[in-house]
Design a protein around this ligand. Structure first.
Ligand code: ADP
Ligand code: MG
Length: 550
């Protein structure tokens, strides 16, 4: 496989400085613009400088798509097959081997590894990447690293990297560790505001995109949308409008979606260079804000919204809401236009909204999540002297949300009235699922319906949409067959019935397409189900709580 020569990125230009800091300090914070090479170069630098002789380098990512994409890139730069020296591990998918010495993994997977191996001895370096995302799991890891660097003072290096994070705050958290600010080259980005909020931001983005295409010189366009549905809509409408443009009036165009649930082979398309005389439109979620850098972007269209998961403690439920972005996010999005030359950012909202309505920074996930899973995790670590209510957090969650978590865990018997983790709680912590789902499996086992519950849990936690996007052609419509409807027992039973019908066909992919279901999503559920089965079988050996088998 030809390996492209590694680009000279700001991080690489400061190699000596970085290595000197890491050599002499247990914890180093590295701050550098998005695209400066933090995710792809730091691990390679430390590998070159011998840090992988004593153990592997772990690089955490809050997003699965970033773990996969960045590891793929690093393997390519080093000219090795993915899964050998360079690999990745995300929930339900491990692409590493004994040879792996640079391992990209989600922060959740690293937390899980530390359950069975609290010292994380296999690693000589742990890089908490994208710390500015302030994902719940990265925040927990920050607290754990603070303990770990004391226990492993002689043989562990921790790096914390960020595009925007307040370096001083993290440095204070780690008793004054050095902060390296890597200057990047960011060209000026001219910002244009709408006079008012559009009633339909898809329509408004479309118009702006076509306008750019018709009037602006070459340069790719990055369009921020909130989620997959918007992106799909936007992609097909934009393609349609481009086709309707007068022949020869504009250069060629290529419209590409980019989001976390895109199959990997489609994700990589955005990293391939554009064909000559062709403008690319990349329609993305906020994965393109800081996690993935797409080269060639000169124009950015920012709808000003993001999809965010929030927890409502009074109902005990999560909701996925479209909310306004923060000013930090808006500036990150605009910055994507200025990586290679001066760019333009079209904000589909008035400046007054940016100034007065947007929050300064995004609320860290830890302050808008259920902490039941994290608290159960911390309890199962058996750390000495740990008091959850006093755990060392960079930004502590509210006392109410910690108490809410303890109450939830008590209600499902994961902890007892003294707050001690129970046997059931320990089993739950071993399952890579939300505590309530883990508890469901244990209960189902007692009621003799573990197999069915596993199916439902697998579909729910594969986080996929089973329905494929409606095909436009009438042929398809005629052939589409009715799905099981849950017989009045609700969504979960419907999911179970769907899976069981598919099972009866011997997992025939044609059955999925005939029923308008995404083959990939269905296969993933099957795969996740198998993995959950294996994990349960392993647990059952140690704790006879589970009787496995159908
Ligand atoms: P940072 O983490 O500092 O934001 P990265 O290390 O992700 O920066 O990216 C550095 C450079 O590598 C960018 O120019 C980016 O476009 C390129 N790059 C990153 N991932 C890939 C990939 N999968 N394919 C091609 N180029 C990539
Ligand atoms: Mg990065």
């Amino acid at each position: 496989m030809p390996s492209p020569s590694p680009p000279v990125l700001p991080i690489s230009e400061h190699e000596d400085e970085i290595v000197a800091a890491v050599d002499t300090n247990p914890v180093v914070v590295v701050i550098g613009e998005t695209g400066s090479g933090k995710s792809t170069q730091l691990s390679q630098i430390l590998h070159r400088r011998g840090y992988t002789r004593r153990g592997a380098i772990a690089v955490t990512q809050p997003r699965r798509v970033a773990a996969v994409s960045v590891s793929r890139r690093v393997a390519q730069e080093l000219g090795v097959p993915l899964g050998d020296e360079v690999g990745y591990a995300i929930r339900f998918e491990d692409r590493t081997s004994e040879r792996t010495c640079i391992k990209y993994l989600t922060d959740g997977v690293l937390l899980r590894e530390s359950l069975s191996n609290p010292d994380l001895k296999q690693y000589s370096v742990i890089i908490l990447d994208e710390a500015h995302e302030r994902s719940l799991n990265t925040d927990i890891l920050l607290g754990l690293m603070k303990r770990l660097v004391k226990d492993r003072a002689s043989d562990l290096k921790v790096l914390i990297t960020s595009a925007t994070l307040d370096g001083l705050k993290v440095s204070e958290f780690f008793s004054g560790c050095p902060v390296l600010n890597i200057p990047g080259t960011l060209f000026p980005v001219e910002k244009f505001y709408s006079t008012e909020r559009p009633t339909n931001y898809i329509e408004s983005s479309l118009r702006t995109a076509i306008d750019i295409h018709a009037k602006e010189p070459p340069g790719d366009v990055l369009i921020f949308m909130t989620g997959k549905d918007d992106i799909d809509k936007m992609v097909s409408k934009l393609e349609e409008r481009i086709q309707n443009l007068e022949e020869g009036s504009c250069m060629d165009a290529l419209v590409l979606p980019l989001h976390g649930s895109l199959p990997p082979e489609l994700q990589v398309r955005v990293f391939a260079p554009a064909p000559p005389n062709c403008r690319r439109f990349i329609v993305a979620t906020n994965v393109a804000e800081t996690s993935l850098t797409v080269d060639g972007v000169v124009f950015v269209i920012d709808c000003g919204y993001v999809k965010q998961r929030q927890y409502n403690p009074s109902s005990g439920m999560y909701s996925l809401d479209v909310v306004q972005i923060s000013r930090v996010q808006a500036d990150q999005r605009a910055g994507r236009a200025g990586r290679t030359r001066p760019g333009k950012c079209y904000r589909l909202y008035p400046m007054s909204i940016y100034q007065k309505e947007f929050l300064e920074a995004t609320v860290p996930e830890i302050q808008r999540s259920s902490l039941a899973g994290s608290v159960l995790y911390l309890k199962s670590l058996n750390l000495p002297d740990i008091n959850i209510l006093k755990f060392d957090f960079l930004d502590p969650p509210s006392r109410e949300s910690l108490e809410d978590a303890l109450r939830q865990l008590y209600l499902i018997d994961a902890i007892d009235e003294n707050g001690q983790i129970t046997d059931v709680g320990r089993i739950m912590a071993e399952l890579p699922l939300e505590p309530s789902l883990s508890r469901t499996l244990i209960e189902a086992n007692e009621l003799g319906c573990l197999s069915q519950a596993l199916t439902v849990a697998a579909i729910l936690s594969a986080e996929i949409t089973l329905r494929s996007t409606r095909s436009k052609d009438m042929e398809g419509k005629r052939k589409r067959q009715e799905l099981p409807d849950g017989s009045g027992w609700g969504d979960h039973i419907q999911l179970l019935q769907i899976f069981e019908s598919w099972d009866q066909t011997g997992y025939d992919p044609r059955w999925c397409s005939d029923h308008d279901l995404q083959v990939r999503g269905m296969k993933l559920s099957k795969d996740v189900r198998n993995q959950l089965c294996q994990i349960i079988q392993k647990i059952a050996k140690g704790a006879p709580i589970f009787c496995t088998g159908r």
